[in-house]
Design a protein around this ligand. Structure first.
Ligand code: ARG
Length: 346
């Protein structure tokens, strides 16, 4: 409250403090919007914080029916995608409401009898959890979009995302058709739904999005051995000799997969950042914060990109990683949480 009144130059702090003292602190719509933007500004792991002031905040604290929450989430997806222009947006929920999926758009991971996984291995537990809630399963491709589980009080309901709510980009490479033939795709929007917004001690469930940096998709999601593990197939498509590590076939495949993701998003007209641009923007963010008299906290290991980190300015800097409030705080997945009193939703 004090930070809000100070930074926004609002009068009436004493009256507001007295009122919150008497009635308990429930953020006003203005305090909520400010708190959400500052929570982004304070996110130590985020390298894309320069536009924090432009975060659009949707106050859904009046919405409690899962079907109504889902309708608002579809609005969120449409408005955030904005025809490819992508707007950073956050929807804040009522007490007791939460999305149980870690992101709104996630691809299924099906554990096969032979120990292999079809789809995204990161989502095997989520997929099994959704099956336990009654999901019949998808067609079994590597990119089946999972339904969304919405909890309200002790009720949990499942909702299928209609295809037009899930914008995806088909991945091809400008001069290696073999990469396009791998049948790869990724969704346009990262919409985080497993972090609470902590404003002045009030913890509110929410979902929020920005736009992707291509390294998230091409250097981690599609490349990690514990994810889609595609570097061997990309290297094969490039005709590289994969027998010896010292030919750097992994590195070469990685660079071309990153090129493919950037070019494919550009071709589809979907906003995406590259690691060179976003890290330079981050140094502008640092300069701007310094001029405003604020220090920037950061977790260096999260700020550096997983591709060519030493070519970016962030590599050569140091950051204080202590957390400050308002902020976003990760909520453990319900399927990882010990069951209390027989009901997993308490
Ligand atoms: N790394 C996560 C993913 O690949 C998304 C995290 C948020 N990213 C962002 N650009 N806002 O899905």
């Amino acid at each position: 409250m004090a930070q809000f009144h100070r930074e926004m130059r609002r009068p009436g702090l004493d009256a507001r403090l007295a009122q919150a003292e008497a009635a308990g602190f429930t953020p006003t719509p203005d305090e909520l919007a400010f708190g959400a933007r500052v929570a982004w500004r304070n996110s130590t792991r985020c390298v894309g914080r320069l536009p924090w002031m432009a975060l659009e905040v949707r106050d859904l604290r009046e919405v409690t029916e899962p079907a109504d929450v889902f309708a608002h989430l579809l609005d969120h997806l449409r408005d955030a995608f904005a025809g490819g222009a992508i707007r950073p947006l956050i929807s804040v929920f009522a007490r007791g409401v939460r999305v149980l999926n870690p992101q709104l758009i996630r691809y299924a991971g099906y554990a096969n009898a032979d120990g292999m996984v079809t789809g995204d291995p990161a989502n095997v537990n989520l997929t099994e959890f959704l099956r336990s809630l009654g999901w019949a399963g998808g067609p079994g491709t590597a990119f089946d979009v999972l339904p969304v589980a919405i909890q309200s009080g002790t009720r949990v309901e499942l909702f299928d995302l209609p295809p037009d709510a899930v914008q995806e980009v088909i991945i091809s490479h400008p001069d290696c058709p073999g990469i396009g033939e791998l049948g790869l795709r990724w969704h346009a929007l990262p919409v985080i739904s497993d972090m609470d917004l902590n404003v002045g001690g009030a913890r509110l469930a929410c979902t929020f999005n920005g736009w992707y940096v291509q390294t998230e998709i091409a250097a981690r999601n599609l490349a990690d051995e514990g994810r889609y593990d595609l570097l061997p197939r990309v290297a094969a498509a490039l005709g590289l000799d994969t027998r010896r590590g010292r030919t750097l076939w992994r590195d070469r495949a990685l660079v071309e997969l990153n090129v493919a993701v950037l070019e494919s998003f550009a071709l589809a007209g979907v906003k995406i950042a590259d690691h060179h641009t976003v890290t330079r923007q981050f140094t502008r963010f640092e300069a701007r914060e310094a001029r405003a008299g604020r220090d920037v906290r950061g977790r260096w290991s999260w700020l550096i990109p997983p591709l060519s980190p030493a070519t970016t300015p962030v590599w050569h800097r140091q950051y204080d990683d202590r957390e400050v409030s308002p902020n976003f705080e990760r909520v453990p997945a319900v399927w990882d949480t010990p069951v209390v009193s027989g009901c997993p939703f308490h």
